[in-house]
Design a protein around this ligand. Structure first.
Ligand SMILES: Cc1cc2nc3c(=O)[nH]c(=O)nc-3n(C[C@H](O)[C@H](O)[C@H](O)COP(=O)(O)OP(=O)(O)OC[C@H]3O[C@@H](n4cnc5c(N)ncnc54)[C@H](O)[C@@H]3O)c2cc1C
Ligand code: FES
Length: 329
């Protein structure tokens, strides 16, 4: 028998014991904060205020202290009773349909030694609606599934671009870097994730990325550039971190946005730009974090450190949004 899950804003939905709470919400067009859906990033953390839940997967990103205080990960747990959670749903985002679609590779281009850009075409009538910043799961012919951020704002022709970094001994990396060719047929499921611009009173927008974490940032910048009414910010800062020069394979070029773009390298001696880690450079630049909203995408370490250091420096907890490129296996 299904149970009722009620959120802090009184939105409620039914959940079966065979579904995670996140899946149950999504099946009823209710969007809850999430990113990895595998227990690793912590974005779907919620506090149970009433009821009991059952773990379906290990909750790797919860500390023992958080567990003892009643926090759960909605991507890992089902409910065994009617349940109350202290989180709210994300309103309109719930109306965006998640679809599984066939797609073909239109083009593959090397962006750096270890990064390729893959352009995918979707069936003409598939109308995959998504918000800039969201990601898709790519599914290979053998059923292998990996998540990749969409690197472009929605286009008329429905094309989707991915920026894919080669991971050593990676199963899907092996396909992208050794086997993939134009016209290959794949499947994608999406859009997924809640890493997209939200309405906010904050006037400083800080977009922070490491490596291919720049992909959803690029999509967000394209969206802001195409829809000036969404640009409610007095300043937009983009910080992009890599190890060496070749990691910075793209240059933001949006004259109408008056971007403050700061490339940052952590392991380059012949570099006269900013050195170190992106989160340290943001702090050193002295931006007013009390009046900022931050979107951080890329390595787990960067996101963890940026969250801890920025909130300690005055950033409101609910003004930090992230997509950590955690491993899926
Ligand atoms: C929400 C989300 C969005 C993502 N978007 C992108 C994107 O836009 N571009 C992109 O390049 N990647 C992205 N990723 C990462 C991507 O999904 C894969 O995890 C990555 O490409 C590795 O897959 P693989 O099959 O090649 O390696 P696997 O076979 O999964 O892993 C091989 C080995 O490498 C380790 N490993 C896997 N991933 C990493 C990593 N990121 N860092 C260090 N070690 C790792 C594994 O633990 C394993 O030991 C995203 C991940 C998530 C969760
Ligand atoms: S831990 Fe649940 S979405 Fe990442």
């Amino acid at each position: 028998m299904s149970k009722t899950v009620t959120l802090a804003n009184k939105t409620s939905f039914e959940a079966e014991s065979s579904q995670t709470i996140l899946e149950a919400a999504r099946s009823q067009n209710i969007a809850l904060e999430h990113s990895c859906r595998t227990g690793r990033c912590g974005v779907c953390k919620a506090k149970v205020t009433q009821g009991t839940t059952e773990a379906m997967k290990p909750e790797e990103s919860l500390t023992e202290e958080e567990k003892s205080k009643g926090f759960i990960l909605t991507c890992c747990r089902s409910t065994s009773t009617d349940l109350q959670l202290d989180i709210q749903d994300l309103g309109e985002l719930g109306q965006i349909q998640v679809k599984t679609l066939p797609c073909r590779i239109n083009n593959i281009q090397q962006l750096a030694d270890d990064v390729v850009e893959v352009v995918l075409r979707t069936p003409p009538k598939s109308n995959l609606a998504y918000l800039s910043g969201q990601y898709v799961d790519m599914i290979g012919n053998d059923g292998l599934r990996r998540s990749y951020s969409i690197a472009n704002a929605p286009r008329e022709d429905g094309q989707i671009t991915l920026q894919i970094r080669k991971v050593k001994n990676g199963q899907m990396s092996h396909y992208w870097f050794n086997e993939a060719k134009n016209n290959d047929l794949l499947r994608m499921e999406g859009p997924l994730g809640t890493f997209c611009l939200r309405k906010t009173k904050a006037s400083i927008l800080i977009l922070l990325a490491t490596g291919t974490g720049i992909a959803p940032v690029k999509a967000i910048l394209e969206q802001l550039s195409a829809k000036p009414e969404l640009n409610t910010y007095s300043q937009i800062h983009v910080y992009w971190g890599g190890r060496t020069r070749q990691d910075l394979y793209w240059l933001p070029d949006f004259p109408e946005l008056e971007l403050n773009y700061t490339p940052v390298l952590s392991r380059s001696s012949d570099w006269d730009g900013k050195s170190g880690y992106v989160q340290q450079v943001v702090l050193a630049d002295g931006l007013n974090l009390e009046n900022a909203v931050v979107y951080a995408c890329g390595s787990e370490t960067m996101i963890h450190d940026a969250h801890a250091q920025f909130t300690a420096a005055g950033l409101a907890e609910n003004q930090f949004h992230s997509d950590a490129f955690v491993s899926s296996n």
